[in-house]
Design a protein around this ligand. Structure first.
Ligand code: C2E
Ligand code: CA
Ligand code: CA
Length: 409
């Protein structure tokens, strides 16, 4: 219980935090009101404030080891979100040094915001907007904490899904493999896209568990899809994050997923970005080398959007180059863009890399991609990301088979 965050309830009059005791958690008030009481040495009690919904109590326990400085009692029946110090510290320890430092700075700032809001609420001359800003920022922090807790629950209760987008041969549209793209089916907020929750998973340290789940799920799904489609030569490509490269367990996770699913060498691809190579070049290189020894193929994602140092292309640790959608879209607009893409494809191929076009949306783009010599292509023109069961169902409906529309163009 003390290890995890959880929802807890208190009845009116019950003590939530006792002055002088060692604190091991903080609480966010989800419903109800509490009073904060100072216990004087002579036994008298003095109420110093009250707190309501969306405020935090006992938060100093997350950052220091001092005993509780006041008693907190429920004024009404309360529902609280308990943030355990152990869990909080564990996440902080897992984070890379930059993330850890940033979190500490934000935490100190958060403490300042709380204090400022408190002073402002007692001082009628304080500008209203400063008070509002304090509340708004506090609201964001609390919303982030709520989503983080929900995300952990999703991870434990099958709330995350992978959808699979076909990657096809640029020449003839034949299926080559799939990119696994994650979705979160939130019980209240609905389907949440990865752009929203992956950054949250990254800052909270949950990304390690999320990626481990994704790699296992994707390998197992590919093994089933190979059987369903009667194809032994497909691959699945999984996106990973910076923190995964720093994780001590990632190699073991990948090894285990490959072993359990029985995939062959080359059938698991991992997608990284240039930023990940920049963040921790030495570590990244070592981990990527180890991945490749396990038979994993490394793809450089979103090429052209980041730093696009040509040096990375020559890195021995990369096998596949995924050219970002912005280049594919611009290609048919003007001659210079077209020539730029042609040069990138040529360079990639001369270095022995597989070159993949991302985000192909129209037949004109698909034709351009084939003409420029891309090896593979991916995009809404060929197929959208879909659930495993829908892809497998296609085998039973040959008219809409996975040998995609491009062959008819
Ligand atoms: P990405 O890796 O660049 O993935 C491609 C994104 O483009 C996907 O968005 C995909 O649905 C979308 N897309 C595919 N074809 C087209 C097209 O023809 N046109 C357009 N406009 N878009 C297309 P999605 O699924 O929303 O994912 C967004 C990003 O979230 C991904 O970008 C990736 O960076 C991240 N992500 C997704 N799943 C995971 C995951 O399991 N782990 C991690 N770490 N990141 C993930
Ligand atoms: Ca990707
Ligand atoms: Ca991409």
């Amino acid at each position: 219980m003390s290890q995890w965050n959880a929802r807890v309830s208190y009845r009116a009059g019950e003590t939530i935090i006792r002055q002088g005791e060692q604190g091991d958690c903080a609480y966010v008030i989800e419903s109800g009101r509490v009073e904060i009481v100072l216990e004087k040495p002579d036994g008298r009690q003095q109420r110093v404030g009250t707190r309501g919904v969306d405020t935090m109590i006992g938060e100093m326990a997350l950052v220091d080891d001092a005993p509780r400085t006041a008693t907190v009692r429920a004024l009404e029946d309360c529902c609280l979100l308990r943030i355990s110090k152990e869990d909080f510290s564990r996440r902080l320890l897992q984070a890379d040094p930059v993330l850890r430092l940033t979190t500490q700075v934000i935490l100190n700032r958060y403490r300042d915001i709380l204090t400022t809001a408190e002073i402002a609420s007692q001082d009628r001359s304080a500008p209203a907007e400063a008070l509002e800003r304090g509340h708004a920022e506090r609201g964001q922090v609390i919303e982030g904490i709520r989503l983080c807790n929900d995300l952990r629950a999703a991870l434990e209760n099958d709330g995350l899904e992978l959808h699979y987008q076909p990657i096809v041969s640029a020449n003839d549209g034949a299926l080559r493999g799939f990119e696994a793209l994650m979705r979160w089916r939130h019980p209240v907020d609905g389907l949440i896209p990865p752009d929203v929750f992956i950054p949250l998973a990254e800052t909270s340290g949950l990304i390690i568990d999320v990626t481990r789940w994704a790699i296992h799920a994707a390998c197992a799904a590919l093994s089933r899809l190979k059987a369903a489609l009667g194809r032994d030569d497909l691959y699945v490509s999984v996106n990973i994050s910076s923190a995964d490269l720093a994780s001590q367990t990632i190699l073991n996770d990948v090894w285990l997923a490959l072993k359990e699913s029985g995939l062959e060498r080359g059938q698991l691809h991992l997608e990284i970005t240039e930023r990940m190579l920049m963040d921790q070049p030495e570590r990244a290189r070592a981990v990527l080398r180890a991945f490749r020894m396990l038979g994993v193929v490394i793809a450089l994602d979103d090429f052209g959007t980041g730093y696009s140092s040509l040096g990375y292309l020559n890195s021995l640790e990369i096998d596949v180059l995924k050219i970002d959608r912005s280049f594919i879209a611009a290609m048919n607009g003007d001659q210079r863009s077209l020539e730029l893409v042609r040069a990138i494809v040529g360079l990639g191929k001369s270095l022995g890399l597989q070159v993949v076009a991302e985000g192909v949306e129209t037949s004109t783009e698909a034709e351009g991609v084939a003409r420029l010599g891309f090896d593979s292509a991916q995009g809404y023109f060929f197929a959208r990301p879909r659930r495993e069961c829908d892809i497998a169902a296609d085998v039973r409906r040959p008219a809409q088979s996975l040998e995609l529309r491009v062959s008819a163009r």
